[in-house]
Structures are given as C-alpha cells and as structure tokens.
Design a protein around this ligand. Structure first.
Ligand SMILES: Cc1ncc(COP(=O)(O)O)c(C=O)c1O
Length: 362
C-alpha cells in the first residue's frame, strides 16, 4: 500500500467544478489584484474565526510582519516566541528589526511553555507570539495572564490552526490579533501563497490594510512606507470555495487523529491533546527515539512521513546556531518527532496500515 504524507489532488478532484468556476470568474473579470473576491473572502473568514475583521495578505509571514508593524514594533523592541516553531515566526520579528526572544516548549503538547514567560520579559518586551503548532491552540489563558500583568500585546500565530478552538473560541479570536497562512498544504490552503490577519481592533485592521498596499489609504496617496503584500483575487475566489468545506475537513482530521490514538497509545509516544482545546490536527506527531531507522522502514513500506521541525529556532544558522542545550525540550522534540500522514481524505485502511507498520518498527 502507498500512503502519501498529504494528498492535495484528492481534494481538488472533489472540488474541481466550483474551483474552476471561481477561477474562470476572476479570469473573465481580468481584475487580479486585491478587489471584491478578496473582500468577500475576508468577510467570510472574519465570521468563521469569530473575529470582527479579517485582512487578506500575501502569506502567513506577511500577516505576522504587518501585525508587528501595525503595532509600531521595531528596532530596540523584544518579542517573545517559542523555540519549537516554523522559522517564519521568528523571521517576522527579525524582519521588522525587533529581537526574537525565545522560550522553551513544554513536554506534554510541544507548545509554548507559559511558565517560562516571566523570566523572558524585560523592559523592552512589546509582544508575545504563542504558536498554535500542529493545529492545537497554545495555553492562552496562562499566556494572556502574563501579558496582561506586563501590558504586553499577544499575537496568535494561527498559521497551522484554522478553525481550532480553545475553551470554545476560535483560534485567531483569542488575543489582540491572529496571523494565518494559506500555504497550499495548510488545513485551508490557497492555490499559491496567501495569508490573513484577524483582529477585533478596527484601527489595527485599517493599519494592516494600508501597510499591505504601499501604506496607501486611498489610490496614489501614501501615508506611510508599506509593502506590496496584498492577497490576489484568484486566491480570494478559491478560498471562498474552500472555506465552506473547512469544518468537514477538520472533523475528518480529528477523527483520523482518534483512530491513530486508538491504535498507537501504549505503544508509541504521542503529544497530548489538552482537555479544553479542539486541535484541528494540521499535523499528527509521534515521538520515536530511533527516528532515522523508523522513517526509513516506513518509507520502505510505502509510507511517507515528515519532520516538523528538525532544527529549533535557536539552532538555525540564521540565528547563530551554536546555543546547543539552551532549550532542552525543543531540542529533544527536534530529534525525535515524526509527522505521520494526515489529510482529510486519508482512509481507515491507510491509518490502520500506518499504525501497524509503525508499531512493528518502533
Ligand atoms: C507556525 C507557522 N508560522 C508562520 C508560517 C508562515 O506562513 P507562510 O508560509 O504563509 O509565510 C507558517 C507556514 O508555513 C507556519 O507553519
């Protein structure tokens, strides 16, 4: 049996007609830059995230960067995030000229450890970016408590958590603002690059709208130096179609995660899903000490896997890369995490085959 890590073609064949209609509509209009399709998607996505505003941008990285800039965060400022994340979380902080300050992840769920935040805060700290990694919201009450005590902004990196819930509320509505990525492999993926900011702060939404469009409040008038970080109309039209299916896709992912758990618990170490959260399982992670040989054996059995991520932020060459031992939990995770096949169209047969094969080789 062959089990791909991700199967975007299966999703496209189910939606071929409405997607082609949406693409055709944009091509016929010949309006390609941000316009009515993006606006319609923004309204839908804000409602979906239970947030007052959504602003479509060119990527998740742009969403993070523009949010930091909209809050005037820049050189001399520090922004706290977690060592176990995708590079772009820290990169966005560096892109605005601020300094990323890292804290370790925690063992149970591999997410930001809020117990480490107090020690990381200085007089220069302006924001905290918890990351809802793998689809599970971070421990937001604990993060927000620390932030409130020091009057610090909280931006959710929701790039892997479209539709996830924390105590009943959606990712992206839990703090001052949220940043989403629509990279094609995400739970809600564009057919190209894309991202969005969510916030219930009308001023910040307006600032992000200007910043994504050359700092322009109206055509050919430029209030500030911005960027060209607009979402394009093709992505806006395609995402409107796909958003209607997101809840069903997330439900399928959650059901697959349960099947994996039923088959693997007691045999393979797994990350915990916390009681008060609803993860949308962008990724399903197992922890295997002999990862290289396990990954090889799975590959030989026709099963594709991934590693998210093999190098924690502080060990990335771009950040010096020499601080080994500084964040032991993130380093341990980087050395033994393995992402198993996870996508809505995965079948029970495939899950059972992956789990049985993994149990035999771990
Ligand atoms: C946690 C996290 N943050 C930020 C990003 C950046 O998003 P994008 O690739 O759309 O720039 C990603 C996407 O890969 C991500 O997974």
């Amino acid at each position: 049996m062959h089990v791909p890590f991700l199967d975007l073609k299966a999703q496209y064949s189910a939606l071929e007609k409405p997607i082609q209609d949406a693409v055709d509509r944009v091509l016929r209009s010949c309006a390609f830059a941000s316009g009515p399709e993006v606006e319609a998607f923004e309204k839908m996505f804000a409602a979906y995230c239970e947030s007052d505003h959504a602003v479509g941008v060119s990527s998740g990285t742009a969403a993070l960067e523009l949010l930091l800039r909209a809050h005037d965060i820049g050189p001399g400022d520090e922004v706290i995030t977690v060592a176990n994340t995708f590079f772009a979380t820290a990169e966005a902080i560096s892109l605005v000229g601020a300094t990323p300050v890292l804290v370790d992840a925690r063992e149970s769920d591999a997410l930001m450890d809020p117990a480490r935040l107090d020690a990381a805060i200085t007089k220069n700290t302006k924001a905290i970016i918890p990351v809802h990694l793998y689809g599970q919201p971070a421990d937001m009450d604990a993060v927000l408590d620390v932030a409130k005590a020091s009057d610090i902004l909280v931006i959710e990196d929701s790039c892997q958590a479209h539709g996830a819930r924390y105590k009943g509320s959606r990712a992206g509505s839990l703090a001052d603002a949220g940043a989403f990525s629509f990279y094609p492999g995400k739970n809600l993926g564009a057919y190209g690059e894309g991202g969005a900011v969510t916030t219930s702060n009308a001023d910040i939404a307006e600032r992000v709208r200007q910043l994504r469009d050359h700092g322009s409040p109206k055509k050919y008038e430029h209030a500030v130096i911005g960027r060209n970080d607009r979402m394009d109309e093709l992505q806006g039209a395609i995402l409107q179609v796909k958003l209607q299916h997101l809840d069903a896709w997330n439900e399928a992912r959650r059901s697959h995660a349960n099947s994996y758990r039923d088959r693997l618990e007691g045999h393979v170490a797994l990350l915990e899903e916390q009681r008060d959260r609803e993860s949308v399982y962008h990724l399903f992670i197992a922890r295997v000490p002999n990862r290289e040989s396990v990954q090889g054996a799975l590959r030989d059995a026709g099963i594709a896997t991934g590693i998210h991520y093999p190098i924690p932020i502080h060990l990335q060459p771009a950040y010096g890369g020499t601080d080994l031992g500084r964040f032991p939990v993130s380093e341990a995770l980087a050395s033994d995490i393995l992402s198993l096949p996870m996508f809505p169209e995965l079948t029970e047969e495939q899950i059972s085959y992956v789990a049985e094969t993994l149990r035999a080789v771990v």
